[in-house]
Design a protein around this ligand. Structure first.
Ligand code: FE2
Length: 381
């Protein structure tokens, strides 16, 4: 059979098969082998400024409690060791003033997760406090971002601290003052698409010309050959006279101190598997965390980060960046939802990556590696 007869896509790399975007069973494996085993970005440090501050989050179906204790951050499964009651309401945030008290029978834990008191029970009654600490979750930070690992013992056993997952990213972004930045605005998007569709979309600019006309006016290079010639390591260039991702392409805000000549006028992007996407301009950073809830439901939290010295100025207004990003984001999520709906068709088995989408191939490799698949991935699993 000749190549022509086999069809136009035969020379291109295939995407994952359709089931990887719909199957509850595959999503359950992704939960166990990716979201609960990798370092998952959940928050910014500034969200828990003082001892006792907490956030209760749903991380791909597991309720987790993130706490600032006296020395550091700590995290636990949001489950009382007594009868399993949730310790705080999911999605809530607040402050513990005298330990973590379960609302059911008032078992109370320290901010470090140790069982402190259980009313009317003591060692003589069979209570072994030392064995009844809250189930721990790994916590590490980088650049002001907090990451959790739901299987910290396994991570320690295979010597997998956050630094190993981040790999070369901190070095590449070393001149951006990420830890100093503060969020001026947060937008939460609910998207009816598989989390991998969004990562694949983030990883390529072949779609920019058809989907993002305004963005292409700011970055004309996106229109050329599907972004094939872009040098993301150096940063992508704006049109003449523009230097940041705002509606005008400029800003009254100063670029971050310490950037190099390229970084002051170019834009950088990083995809940190499994769920943190960073888009870095010279004077602001758009940070996206991806929260998969099911194979076809994903929440995206977009934080707009600025330098506190700029935020302290009386005329500080992040709207120029926020509105531009919100426009681009909505264009992306709409096309991702269209992809998700289209892939449902009975004729769709897999898609193709064009050469300028080669970074998305990493997602296919990543998924296969993490799920323990061989080269041949069966669609019927
Ligand atoms: Fe896009």
């Amino acid at each position: 059979m000749s190549r022509e007869i086999r069809g136009a896509g035969a020379g291109l790399e295939r995407t994952l098969q359709r089931d990887f975007y719909f199957s509850e069973e595959i999503f359950a494996r992704e939960r166990e082998r990716i979201f609960y085993r990798e370092w998952f970005c959940v928050a910014r440090e500034e969200q828990l400024p003082e001892a006792g501050d907490y956030l209760a989050l749903n991380l791909a179906g597991e309720s987790v409690l993130l706490v600032r204790n006296h020395d550091a951050l700590a995290a636990f499964y949001n489950v009382c060791r007594h009868r399993g009651s949730q310790l705080v309401a999911e999605g809530s945030q607040g402050k513990f003033t005298s330990g973590i008290r379960c609302p059911y029978h008032s078992w109370t834990y320290t901010l470090e997760g140790a069982l402190r008191t259980a009313p009317f029970l003591d060692e003589e009654a069979g209570l072994t406090k030392g064995e009844l600490s809250l189930h721990p979750i790994g916590v590490e930070s980088w650049g002001g971002f907090i990451f959790l690992n739901l299987t910290p013992t396994a991570a320690a056993e295979r010597d997998y601290p956050l630094a190993r997952q981040l790999d070369a990213v901190p070095e590449r972004l070393c001149r951006y003052p990420l830890a100093e930045l503060r969020s001026a605005r947060r937008i939460v998007y609910q998207v009816q698409a598989n989390w991998k569709v969004m990562l694949e979309n983030y990883n390529e600019c072949y779609h920019c010309a058809p989907v993002h006309p305004e963005l292409c006016r700011l970055v004309p290079a996106f229109r050329h050959r599907g972004g094939a010639d872009l040098d993301w390591e150096r940063g992508i260039p704006h049109r003449e006279g523009a230097w940041t991702f705002t509606q005008s392409g400029t800003s009254i805000r100063s670029p971050f101190a310490g950037l190099n000549d390229d970084e002051r006028v170019r834009h950088k992007g990083e995809l940190i598997y499994p769920n943190l996407l960073l888009s870095l301009s010279a004077e602001h950073v758009a940070a996206f965390t991806v929260w998969p809830h099911g194979p076809e439901q994903t929440t995206i939290v977009c934080e707009f980060l600025f330098h506190p010295a700029e935020m302290a100025k009386p005329d500080f207004d992040p709207t120029d960046a926020v509105e531009f990003w919100d426009l681009v984001n909505r264009q992306d999520w709409a096309i991702c939802e269209s992809v998700q709906r289209g892939m449902r068709s009975r004729v769709f088995q897999w898609g193709y990556y064009a050469p300028m989408e080669s970074a998305s191939l990493d997602i296919r490799r990543y998924i296969r590696e993490k799920l323990g698949e061989g080269q041949e991935v069966k669609g019927e699993r």
